[in-house]
Design a binder for this molecule. Structure first.
Ligand code: BGC
Length: 753
């Protein structure tokens, strides 16, 4: 380990020395840090020429790192100023505007391997959401923000928060679950964590980007009420409470207009109604026009200049785009930069603190692990146990799985598992997004270290009969099951792939003491659930995932994660989206080639289709409740090694607060995510409950605490489409408290004044 870290330090220092920093700090009235950011931005915009303004509102192209060998092109000189991240805007030395270095960083600073950079691979965002711990979200994001700075970046592209409406979406691992309050609040804390490090924070992909299939050309149709009460509510909470510097508009269309030129989404809702002062950045290649996009609220084209370079300059000169609108774009960008401290606190390149990274990554992994089943209290295992443990499958001898696409963090030391050769007919895109990457944190090793007196052996699970016979001879079998997901493709099914279902069934038949550990990017179907003794959902657990899993299995950590998404029994129970016009098949072939030259991808797949999500506001558990369908595991669910009792509910309607007593009735210290749901008065016509607040409380055995949960006002309101405003309905609200959306021992009522 020491050599491994020393290697990283050396390699990183070498890489750092190659790249000079940006231009020196400015001398101008806007450089006074005592002035408010909006004033500094105003002074800067005043001093700018038309060309300088145009330079600020677009990137310099699709390939912008000094290492462009894979494109076969010679880089233009300017790219040597770029840090090789996801995007680059050259600074303006005359005015002291620093180079803007953008990088993907939802679960860690991405794409570093080519640049010789190390960054901490954090557990997936869905794992973070499963912790239900906003303070942890801040700490997790601050760690990533610090590493971005250490690597010389000043704008993050990581802030994914599209609601999980479709569990087969390949990007759910990058997002924060299916509930608007949970996702919105976690995203708000996340973005503040990033911004605390002098990095411009972002939320994405705004909005209604719920699937990868057809993402470049799907026209999402959903009445405003449904959109406002689900996805847009999540963004509303996150934007208002998190105050991001930037919001990235999505690839898809909403009600006939691309998200990046959608006046309703950008101008009306985000900027006017929510009063937000930051800038809208397009997703990569999601800009489709100059005048329409500029007038309807887009402030920055990324990654190139097809529409916001010369074309925008000409449109401003002709008066097609008002000069004041261009000023507004730059004002918003400059505001975000000044506010985050990008002008004043220039990144000092340094090697990230690897050990601090390990600490936060492991803490987050442990907090997000969800214990789904634990028959006869088979877990936690006794670290003193003797006898044989069979560890089977999932490359548990090598590492832990991660999610693919732009949120991929390069594995320190390389992929722990040599990827299988590409399938015949695979595109470059399939290879980039489709290759499973394992981080070097082997659960097998962590289990061996924990259970020093046991005989721990490993079987890769490929020969199912062989794995079953090893399980039969052991006191206990632990099967690791993996589900790889990625940007760029959705899952055809929530079933575990590659005969892992058969493997689990065979091992469980051979040994009733079988524990399944899942490393998944989203929900998993479990036809084998009744046959196994325990199930631990570890998500993509990051660079210390093996250690975190072992700590939970052996009880050093008492699990406290709760599901941020519903696990359905079958895809048939999900709301079925309605495709209008010619639907392309679900799957990676919808994407079109992204290389070479990026924008080509927009020409390949231009066949638009309409997609209606019939559930509207009823995403996730709300759909299951209103259809009276039983999920496999409900939203908010998760077991602990101790137990909790809820009592004495009091509802304070005037303060919109709920108070109750929570008691640890078991033998171990543990944390409970105490959840409060509301059912609106009958006039709202809702046959489901809404999460209205929660608190995560740690209690010693026997300890009890009075818990007060404030109900978020927007979870008590309905969106009136005609009047275009939120209204709180009259009548009796029912209030419920408990340990999951489906287990609420306490209930009460309130009538709001
Ligand atoms: C993704 C964004 C990402 C961008 C830059 C796009 O394909 O949708 O989430 O930030 O690429 O890598």
């Amino acid at each position: 380990m020491r050599w491994f870290c020393a290697g990283i330090l050396l390699f990183s220092s070498f890489a750092m020395a190659q790249f000079p920093g940006g231009p020196p700090p400015a001398k101008g009235p806007w450089s006074n840090p005592k002035l408010p950011p909006e004033e500094r931005a105003r002074l800067l915009v005043q001093a700018m020429t038309l060309d300088e303004k145009i330079q600020m509102v677009h990137g310099i192209g699709w390939f912008f790192g000094p290492d462009m060998s894979f494109t076969g092109q010679a880089p233009p000189p300017i790219v040597y100023r770029s840090n090789g991240g996801g995007g680059f805007i050259p600074g303006i030395p005359r005015l002291g505007v620093p180079d803007l270095q953008l990088n993907d960083a939802m679960v860690g600073s991405g794409g570093g391997a080519r640049m010789g950079r190390y960054s901490t691979a954090m557990p997936s965002a869905l794992a973070l959401a499963s912790s239900w711990d906003p303070d942890l979200a801040r700490e997790y994001a601050a760690l990533i923000g610090k590493e971005l700075r250490d690597q010389g970046f000043n704008i993050t592209l990581g802030g994914g928060m599209n609601l999980t409406r479709e569990p087969r979406n390949g990007r759910n691992f990058e997002y924060l679950g299916e509930d608007p309050l949970l996702a919105g609040r976690m995203a708000a804390h996340y973005v503040q964590g990033k911004q605390s490090q002098g990095i411009v924070g972002i939320l994405k992909h705004y909005a209604l980007n719920h699937q990868e299939s057809g993402r470049y050309f799907v026209n999402v149709r959903m009445p405003r009420k449904g959109a406002r009460e689900s996805e847009l509510l999540a963004f509303e909470i996150a934007v208002k409470e998190g105050q991001p510097g930037s919001v990235m508009c999505a690839y898809n269309l909403y009600e006939g207009d691309y998200a990046c030129e959608n006046a309703y989404l950008l101008n009306e809702v985000l900027k006017k109604e929510w009063g937000w002062q930051g800038f809208v950045m397009s997703d990569w290649g999601a800009t489709h026009s100059t005048v329409k996009a500029a007038v309807n609220g887009l402030d920055m084209e990324m990654p190139g200049d097809t529409f916001f370079g010369e074309a925008l300059k000409a449109a401003v000169e002709k008066g097609e785009v008002p000069a004041a609108r261009l000023d507004d774009m730059v004002q918003r960008i400059a505001w975000a930069l000044f506010r985050a401290g990008v002008f004043d606190r220039r990144p000092q390149r340094q090697v990230p603190d690897i050990f601090r990274g390990f600490e936060v990554a492991q803490k987050a992994a442990e907090a997000g692990i969800v214990l789904l089943k634990n028959d006869r209290a088979i877990l936690p295992l006794d670290p003193q146990m003797k006898g044989a443990i069979a560890v089977i499958g999932g490359h548990a001898d090598a590492g832990v799985l991660s999610g693919g696409g732009s949120a991929q963090v390069d594995p320190a030391g390389g992929n722990a598992v040599t990827p299988p050769p590409p399938k015949p007919g695979s595109t470059l895109l399939d290879m980039i997004f489709g290759t499973p990457v394992y981080h070097r944190s082997a659960p097998l090793k962590a289990i061996q270290a924990m259970a020093a007196n046991a005989k721990v052996s490993f079987h890769d699970g490929k020969d199912i009969a062989g794995a079953a016979s090893l399980a039969k001879s052991a006191a206990l079998a632990i099967v690791f099951a993996v589900q790889h997901t990625s940007e760029g493709k959705d899952l055809a099914s929530l079933a575990l792939p590659d005969r892992q279902e058969d493997l689990i069934a065979a091992v469980a038949a051979a040994n009733p003491r079988t524990v399944v550990v899942l490393e998944s990017g989203t929900a998993v179907k479990m036809p084998w659930l009744g046959r196994v003794a325990a199930v631990v959902e570890a998500w993509y657990p990051g660079i210390r995932g093996g250690e975190a899993i072992a700590n939970v299995l052996f009880g050093r950590v008492n699990p406290s994660g709760k599901l941020a998404i519903t696990f359905p029994k079958s895809e048939d129970d999900l709301a079925q989206p309605r495709l209008v016009e010619q639907p392309p098949a679900r799957g990676p072939q919808d994407m079109g080639p992204m290389f070479p030259g990026g924008p080509a991808m927009l020409r390949v797949n231009t066949r638009q289709f309409d997609l209606e999500y019939p559930e509207g506001a009823r995403a996730g558990y709300k759909w299951f409740q209103s259809m009276k369908r039983e999920p496999l595991f409900p939203f908010g669910y998760g077991l602990s090694y101790t137990s909790f009792a809820y009592s004495d509910l009091r509802v304070d309607a005037a303060r919109r607060e709920v108070t109750f007593t929570l008691r640890n009735t078991g033998q171990r210290e543990g944390a409970e995510v105490a959840q409060v749901y509301v059912q609106l008065p009958a006039s709202a016509g809702e046959e489901f409950r809404r999460l209205a607040g929660w608190q995560k409380v740690t209690l010693k055995p026997g300890e009890s605490r009075t818990v007060t949960v404030a109900l978020h006002p927007l979870t008590l309101a309905v969106f009136d489409e005609k009047a275009n405003r939120w209204d709180t309905p009259r009548g009796t609200f029912r209030v419920f408290a408990g340990g999951s959306s489906a287990d609420t021992p306490l209930s009460g009522e309130m009538t709001l004044p």
